[in-house]
Design a protein around this ligand. Sequence first.
Ligand SMILES: *Cc1c(COP(=O)(O)O)cnc(C)c1O
Length: 348
Amino acid sequence: MFDINNIIRNNIKNLVPYSSARDEFKGEASVFLDANENSFGSPLDTAYNRYPDPLQYKVKKRLSEIKGVPPRNIFLGNGSDEAIDILFRSFCNPGVDNVILVPPTYGMYEVSANINDIETRKVLLTEDYQLNLEAIAAAIDEHTKLIFICSPNNPTGNSMHREDVETLLANFSGLVIVDEAYINYSRQKSFIQELTEYANLVVLQTLSKAWGLAALRVGMAFASEEIIEVMNKVKPPYNVNEASQQLALQALNNVDTVNNWIRETLSERDKLVLQLKEFDFVVDIYPSDANFILVKTTGARDIYNFLVQHGIIVRDRSKVELCEGSLRITIGTPPENEQLINHLRNYK
Ligand SMILES: *Cc1c(COP(=O)(O)O)cnc(C)c1O
């Protein structure tokens, strides 16, 4: 039922992509006079005078070993936010098509839709922050191209029921995008394993969260080869810079450090939940599969301001529908979490 030809924009189908010097000659040579680079070098310790690999092959090869997905099923972007934007630009006709969002969720889907002039159809999550499948089905029409599911969800922290996501994948004739920015912290397994099952699945992940590389801006999309090919055609030629590619590769060889941090983050999360529950201004703490918790309080803005006065910044989500009264708190290092708790002991 899913056919990429039914959803790809016509101008993209017909697009002749930019062909860079590095696309046209990929072999080994000793003298490169084809890209108008500075042949003398860079005024730095590392030579950055050559354009980077447009398809980031070394990074993808390492990722492919870690994720168990062939490099041809991987897209790399300047953050996963770039992948989100490229999905809109590849598949959604401005002023014509629409996408389904399921708030409360990550804000960039809507911003990216608005930038691209794509209608957003919002179907609220249920009271327990799960997908409302009936309402989603009712919101879909022949111009619906994408459904964005964030799991574990930002800002609520929970994972979506797997069967619900699979129901969408099996029945929707557009793309289902599963944003797994927080998957490393989750008890649920990634949807990457389902790529062979569903031709309309796109899984987003990032090096910005558990991998500790937010400043490098490296995000990933995993999908069928035909979807990845379209995304590669639309992306800017050198969208992941050489410094980021080199450093990402180094980091990907340091899995043990990252896994230790994940373990520590989870144990700190459990500890923080127990401590926060003791405060009478804490109404509820939602179950989290991520490196943050959503905490419902009796006075979110007031607590937020109190913490700011003590140099601690959390995220006030109290104006977000279904998150009334809630603060989103990222799990910090043990001393940071201790500071948070100690200050909250003096609140009121
Ligand atoms: C943080 C976050 C991202 C951003 O990823 P980048 O790779 O840094 O652009 C994407 N999705 C969700 C749900 C996030 O919370």
